[in-house]
Every structure is written in structure tokens, then in C-alpha cells.
Design a protein around this ligand. Structure first.
Ligand code: HEM
Ligand code: HEM
Length: 225
């Protein structure tokens, strides 16, 4: 099982994830209406680029937008979750050792204590994300069993990774379970809401362009819309 998961299944899940994300990104822009959106964006590339960057960067800064400031609790748990969810899989020393062995490259690595803290932060924040979905009526009304499933799938590699790291119970069992959960998440990314890893950038870029060009950004500058 371990050999299969770290051999062919590793390559398959990585390829599905990377190619899938590229496809979702391209399809997002291809899906825009050319009459309503694409014509205007193409005509004003500089304004569009500035608007896109502005929107993406502001949303990546904690409390950087009105939306974040309006919901401080969500902002804290969102960044508590995402800092670790992005940094740990990419920069964990154990992952980079594995990558070095597989593809011969290794990225900068996190201090192991810091990696543990980030992983705990992911798990605790995810717990609050679940509570938020249960307790806030405006979120509960939009929530289905599928949302909980995706949230649990996203948490699974962090929980199993931490159990393996602390060597609770059988190390080989938990490591194998961890790799299985990690690969399940990689495969799920392009097909589920987790495609937001790339679609966040696509939709924020589009909205940023829209505001910078059509929705008032070029007021009084001869813009036809
Ligand atoms: C796809 C193949 C993957 C492999 C082969 C792999 C391998 C490993 C290994 C060997 C460890 C170290 C266990 C120890 O300390 O002895 C580990 C830990 C961990 N992995 Fe993965 N992993 C994979 C995917 C993922 C994914 C997709 C995520 C998250 C989205 C993830 C998150 C973690 C976390 C949070 C830890 C524990 C961090 C800590 O030390 O506090 N892994 N992984
Ligand atoms: C660059 C990468 C990423 C960006 C820009 C990003 C951005 C976002 C945004 C904007 C939301 C919506 C927050 C809201 O409801 O207002 C979100 C939700 C979420 N993201 Fe990410 N994300 C990224 C990577 C990840 C990764 C790697 C994971 C998992 C390992 C992840 C898991 C989640 C989860 C579980 C939620 C939803 C929480 C819920 O169900 O309420 N994200 N993300």
C-alpha cells in the first residue's frame, strides 16, 4: 500500500491536481461573456491589470478589505487556517525530503516547531469554521452535507499528518493513512470547491478589472459602458 501510494498514485494525484487546476483557471476566463466582459477588459489592459492586482492583494491582507473588517471572527479563523494550509504542505521538511527523493528538487523548509504550530492552527481554525457553519443562520442556510464533507476532507491530511508526526499508535498505519488523505485531497481539488485555490485568483482578478474599467473606475474618461 505504502509503495503504491508513494509510487504511481503520488504521480497520478499530483498530475490530476496540477493539470486540473490549470484547466479550471482557463475555463473560468473562457466562460466569461465576450460581449459583456472580455471586450472591455481587452481594450483597457493597464487599468484592468491594476484593478486585478489591487483586488487580489487587498483580499490577501488580514482586515485589508471592508468584507474582512465586517467579519473579524471569520478573518481570524480564515487566516489561522490558510497560513498553515498553504505553508505546511509546501515547506514541511518531511515533504521536501520526499520531493527531493522523487523529483530531485526541494524548497526552503519550515522550522519543525513552527510547522507544528501552523498545523495546530489549521486544525483549531477548521473546528471554528465548522462551528461557524452550524451557528450563523446566514451561513447555515447555504450549507449542505457536501460542505461538511469537503471541509473534513481538507482537514484529514492535517489531522493524520500530526498523528503520524507525534507517533501516536502505529506510525506506519498513520503515515499511510496520511498519504492516502493527502492524495485524496489533491485529486479532489480540481473537481470540488477546493478549486478555489486557483479560482479565488480568477474571480478576484475579474471583479477587480470590472470595477477598474466598467463599474465606475473609468468614469469621465470616455468609457462607452
Ligand atoms: C501527497 C503525498 C504526501 C506525502 C508522501 C506526505 C508525507 C508526509 C510525511 C512523510 C510526513 C512526516 C510524518 C512524520 O513527522 O514522521 C508528513 C507530515 C505532514 N503532512 Fe504530509 N504528505 C503528503 C501530502 C500532504 C498534504 C496534501 C497535506 C496537506 C494539505 C499534508 C500535510 C501534512 C501535515 C500537516 C503533516 C504534519 C506536520 C507537522 O509535523 O506538524 N501532507 N507528510
Ligand atoms: C492560495 C491559496 C488559497 C486561497 C487564495 C484561498 C482562499 C479562500 C477563500 C477566499 C475562501 C472563502 C472564505 C469565505 O467563505 O469567505 C476559502 C475557503 C476555504 N479554503 Fe481556501 N484558499 C487557498 C488555499 C487553500 C488550501 C490549500 C486549502 C486546504 C488544504 C483550503 C481550504 C479552504 C477551506 C476548507 C475553506 C472553506 C471553509 C468553510 O467551509 O467555511 N484553502 N479559501
Amino acid at each position: 500500500m505504502y509503495k503504491f501510494l508513494t509510487g504511481p498514485m503520488f504521480w497520478l494525484s499530483l498530475c490530476i491536481c496540477l493539470i486540473g487546476m490549470i484547466v479550471r483557471f482557463v475555463l473560468y476566463f473562457k466562460g466569461l461573456s465576450w460581449q459583456l466582459d472580455r471586450v472591455a477588459y481587452k481594450a483597457y489592459p493597464v487599468q484592468g491589470f491594476k484593478g486585478a492586482m489591487n483586488s487580489i492583494l487587498k483580499w490577501l491582507i488580514p482586515f485589508g478589505t471592508y468584507g474582512w473588517r465586517k467579519q473579524p471572527f471569520m478573518t481570524v479563523i480564515f487566516f489561522g487556517f490558510h497560513t498553515g494550509a498553504i505553508l505546511v504542505p509546501l515547506f514541511l521538511p518531511a515533504h521536501n525530503l520526499f520531493l527531493k527523493e522523487k523529483i530531485g528538487i526541494s524548497l526552503i523548509t519550515l522550522n519543525p516547531v513552527f510547522a507544528d504550530i501552523l498545523t495546530w492552527s489549521v486544525i483549531v481554525s477548521a473546528f471554528f469554521l465548522i462551528l461557524r457553519r452550524i451557528s450563523l443562520p446566514e451561513v447555515r442556510i447555504l450549507t449542505t452535507a457536501y460542505d461538511y464533507f469537503i471541509l473534513l476532507l481538507s482537514m484529514a491530511p492535517f489531522i493524520t499528518g500530526l498523528i503520524a508526526r507525534y507517533e501516536i499508535g502505529s506510525y506506519s498505519f498513520w503515515l499511510t493513512a496520511h498519504i492516502l488523505c493527502g492524495e485524496a485531497l489533491l485529486i479532489a481539488i480540481p473537481f470540488t470547491k477546493r478549486s478555489h485555490i486557483v479560482l479565488f485568483f480568477a474571480s478576484r482578478a475579474q471583479l477587480g478589472m470590472d470595477y477598474a474599467i466598467k463599474r465606475g473606475g473609468m468614469k469621465g474618461k470616455g468609457m462607452a459602458w
